[in-house]
Design a protein around this ligand. Structure first.
Ligand code: ZN
Length: 110
């Protein structure tokens, strides 16, 4: 139909901050991120791997109805999650709260 705009790019997520070459949305959607909770960028205390994880308010010791957009990484702090490198459940430190991923994800489902 129309001209081919952007042949090789997967550019539907361009408003998401993407440090380095990571695909944060893909990480969020992978099973290892978890199935529910607030998306955060976190670092494994065991192997220093950085991955997107979903952390529930309960896991982070927060109010169940907390507004993710009001959270700082320090509010989330440390939480336990599985690390596929360590192959165990271990501690992760949140380094940023990825509310942009939450809205990107919710904006798609319709
Ligand atoms: Zn690890």
């Amino acid at each position: 139909m129309s001209a081919n705009a952007g042949a090789d790019s997967d550019a539907d997520a361009e408003d998401i901050p993407n440090p380095g070459q990571r695909d944060l949305l893909a990480e969020l959607r992978s099973a290892e991120a978890g199935y529910s909770g607030i998306p955060v960028d976190a670092i494994c205390c065991g192997c220093k791997w950085v991955r997107v994880k979903r952390v529930t308010p309960e896991e982070a010791g927060l109010h169940p109805q907390v507004d993710p957009s009001q959270l700082d990484p320090g509010d989330v702090g440390s939480f336990k999650h599985v690390c596929h490198r360590c192959q165990t459940v271990t501690w992760w430190n949140a380094t940023s709260v990825l509310t942009g991923l939450l809205t990107a994800e919710q904006g798609r489902g319709e």
